[in-house]
Write a new protein. Sequence first.
Length: 105
Amino acid sequence: MGWFVLVLAGLLEIVWAGALKHTEGFTRLWPSMLAVGTAVLSFLLLAWAMKSLPMGTAYAVWVGIGAVGVVVAGIVTLGESAAPGRLFFLALIVAGIIGLRLVGD
């Protein structure tokens, strides 16, 4: 259950980071509310996952899911660069996430 909660927390990190792009410095109400609300929920789920997973593993996976997700969202929705080097290093992050899961709790 801890891994499921951790993945959910990571997915929410993608949402709040993406919403930050649209807050215009927290001057727009709805994007700001979405960013803050999903950030709080993401942190709470991360904390809950850390009850059963090692702190370092949980945090690294949470950050990795968020980082990869935000970059992919930027490529898909904002036309950001999908240069081969960029994709290679994203693949390394994904490999790290998978590796942390495979070596166990």
